[in-house]
Design a binder for this molecule. Structure first.
Ligand code: EPU
Length: 307
């Protein structure tokens, strides 16, 4: 979130706030199709900024008119069923990626992490192998310090291309940031791109590491059904999947939301799940694991929107 939700905005005020934006603007747009879980109600307005200037215009407009504004990545999030008031931005048009100089890659926030991985492979650059299996974007990946057991964003990030809540663009050096498990401590604002420092390597070596990892994911995770990745963070020294399975929760359903039988730290949408079903199931899992093992699981997802 860039600005807090202070009142229910009227459409004419939103229109005024977005008057300088050149990119596509859709009113009362259902958000479910933009999320990997395929649930959630509409946004008052969904904006696809055409470039960073557009992001700046939207941020300045939202700030001036006190409108809530959020960026939707779509892969690590649950949108509640009544949707999101105010402005939602989707950064898929920010899709440039290039090798800026030897071993340094710049990617805009809307670039999908697996695509960045493919580019790095093509340029024979190692360091992005962990991104092969992550459906999220560069922007989301920077904000949440995305990663797998092959590595994480923190390992390669050199600097962040950033728009502040005042609508000013700035470069933030990674060396000035703190990185936590699945969270980067950034100021309030929007990641619009990132510079990554990689290493040259042989194509075969990079390819071998990623394909082995992708096979492991395919064998252990329910990738063919709508999901939002791991539901909970792994508690220190343990794994959420192990705990949820040991609590006897695999296959448990509420409506069409189901604790995956393939991997207990995934909740899948069997077709017509609602956000309410999914969040009730999250609560049930947390309560059962807390009762059985005394462990309070921490949600990895973001939950946004109105109940
Ligand atoms: N396990 C069970 N039952 C299950 C699932 C897992 O007992 O139903 C056990 C496994 O046997 C294993 C342990 O739990 O001993 C860990 O499982 P796994 O190797 O599948 O890894 P994970 O810790 O559950 C993490 C990331 C995933 C990433 C995989 C592989 C977290 C919260 N999740 O999962 O990331 O793909 O490693 O690198 O760190 C994501 O963050 O969205 C995500 C999918």
């Amino acid at each position: 979130m860039v600005t807090g939700q202070r009142h229910v905005p009227t459409l004419s005020v939103i229109r005024q706030a977005l008057r300088h934006v050149q990119g596509d603007i859709r009113w009362d747009e259902p958000l479910a199709p933009y999320t990997s879980l395929q649930v959630g109600g509409p946004a008052d307005v969904l904006v696809f900024p055409a470039d960073v200037e557009d992001v700046i215009h939207a941020v300045q407009g939202a700030r001036f008119y006190h409108l809530p504004l959020m960026v939707l990545g779509g892969t690590n999030v649950v949108i509640r069923d009544k949707g999101v008031r105010g402005i939602v931005m989707h950064l898929k048009q920010l899709s440039k990626v290039y090798e800026e100089k030897t071993n340094r890659v710049y990617a805009q926030a809307g670039v999908r992490l697996p695509r960045l991985m493919q580019f790095s492979l093509g340029w024979k650059l190692s360091g992005m192998e962990w991104a092969a299996g992550i459906p999220g974007t560069v922007g989301g990946g920077v904000a949440m310090n995305a990663g797998t057991r092959l590595g994480e964003m923190q390992d390669v990030l050199e600097a962040v291309d950033f728009v502040t809540i005042h609508g000013r663009r700035k470069r933030i050096e990674a060396s000035t940031l703190s990185f936590l498990y699945r969270k980067t401590m950034l100021p309030k604002g929007i990641v619009v791109g990132a510079w990554m420092q990689l290493r040259s390597s042989a194509k075969d070596t990079i390819h071998a590491a990623t394909s082995q990892y992708l096979q492991y994911r395919k064998a252990t995770q329910p990738l063919t059904l709508p999901n939002a990745g791991s539901v909970f963070q792994n508690p220190p020294g343990d794994s959420a999947g192990r705990l949820v399975e040991a609590a006897g929760l695999k296959g448990v359903r509420i409506g069409d939301a189901e604790v995956s039988v393939k991997h207990a730290n995934f909740i899948v949408n069997r077709g017509a799940a609602t956000a309410e079903h999914i969040l009730l199931l999250v609560r049930k899992v947390r309560e059962r694991v807390a009762r059985k093992f005394g462990v309070r699981l921490i949600l990895e997802w973001k939950v946004v929107g109105e109940r």
